[in-house]
Write a protein that binds this ligand. Structure first.
Ligand code: ATP
Ligand code: LTN
Length: 327
């Protein structure tokens, strides 16, 4: 039995990268472990959010986790802002985190690029709040996509630094990065990860895309001038599509390659779009069913927040004592 924890930003749509990189791995670890999953609303506001949209997105996030197979009896499901210990611990960790290590974070560099002096302090400090999210619960395993590896490294460093300075307090967490799906690439640019903040909608497949949209986006996905369907690193666009096909259909890439022997991109893309829609439409039905009952969603999140708060407040009592502010 291990403590498993992950979190996602409730910042609009979720895409298949989020699903295969973090949500599905979390669901598969659920049995036999002690699990925490939450929507990081205080991370989301590091870039401007419309309050009404944010409220909607929080419910959508909860509906999506449940539709994906998160069982609130097995996983504590909540929203970050309801457990104020996250921001409290983040402040304390701020005092041991170094400017230099935050300046090196590639997500910060990417998101701050071109924004000049107008970048929020919150965006810079984002990884410290993430470390607090993880350390507060003595998390052992954190299922995340490849892009979060560097943030996890920081969480480990901060845990060790705190433990060295104030005595053994935090468990040092480990990332769990899936073998397949850890880095789904953008459909319009296979050199960059699929991202919901991409400038073009053609970059990603949203979990809510309908059949027509999926087909259109897959048809316009960047590939190469090759004529065969094969899995090779030299053809990154095709390799990415084969990975998505494999994850959506639960067939191996070898089986898919064999299926398309003698056929070209046209047939392959139609088959992939079909497999994706077959995977997405039952998920969408479940998401919509949960969204039809917002009271139930709120009740689940309330209960989760209460359970999380009990653990977090006990941990903070110890942390305050260790740093010497408890009289
Ligand atoms: P964006 O897609 O805008 O860059 P993000 O990565 O900040 O957003 P989150 O919702 O915070 O998105 O990410 C949730 C989880 O999804 C994280 O574990 C992250 O590693 C994972 N993830 C995000 N993009 C991908 C991707 N393209 N492939 C695999 N996993 C991904
Ligand atoms: N930084 C992550 C989201 C995140 C997270 C966490 C993931 C915030 N807190 C704790 C795992 C554990 C992201 O941008 N994807």
């Amino acid at each position: 039995m291990s403590r498993i924890l992950t979190a996602l930003q409730p910042s609009g749509i979720l895409h298949i990268g989020n699903y295969f990189g973090a949500i599905a791995p979390m669901v598969s670890l659920q049995d036999g472990n002690e699990n925490f999953l939450f929507a990081v609303d205080y991370h989301a506001i590091t870039v401007p959010q419309d309050p009404a949209e944010l409220r909607k997105n929080l419910l959508f996030a909860a509906a999506t986790y449940l539709a994906a197979g998160i069982d609130p009896e097995k996983t504590t499901l909540f929203q970050q802002s309801r457990v104020s210990e996250h921001t409290e611990l983040a402040w304390i960790l701020n005092t041991i985190a170094h400017m230099g290590e935050l300046e090196r974070m590639t997500q910060y560099k990417d998101k701050a690029a071109g924004k000049g002096e107008g970048v929020s302090v919150g965006l810079f400090d984002y990884p410290v709040l993430m470390a607090a999210d993880i350390l507060l619960y003595d998390t052992e395993i954190v299922p995340v996509g490849e892009d979060q590896k560097q943030h996890l490294e920081l969480a480990r460093d901060l845990a060790e630094r705190f433990n060295n300075r104030f005595g053994d307090t935090f468990t040092v967490p480990k990332p769990s990065i899936p073998k397949q799906g850890a880095r789904i690439m953008g459909l319009d640019d296979p050199a960059k990860k699929m991202s919901k903040s991409a400038s073009s909608e053609k970059n990603f497949i949203s979990l809510m895309d309908d059949e027509k949209t999926v087909l259109k986006k897959i048809k316009s996905a960047v590939t190469d001038s090759g004529t065969t369907i094969e899995y090779t690193k030299d053809r990154p666009g095709l390799a990415n599509l084969l990975t998505i096909y494999s994850l959506a259909s639960e067939k191996s890439t070898d089986a898919i390659v064999a299926e398309y022997e003698g056929k070209g991109y046209g047939d392959f893309k139609v088959g992939l779009a079909e497999a994706l829609s077959d995977f997405l439409s039952p998920l969408q039905e479940k998401i919509n069913a949960h969204l039809d009952d917002p009271k139930e969603l709120i009740a689940i999140l309330d209960k989760g927040a209460e359970k999380a708060k009990a653990i977090a407040s006990e941990k903070m009592r110890i942390v305050r004592d260790r740093i010497g502010v408890t009289l």
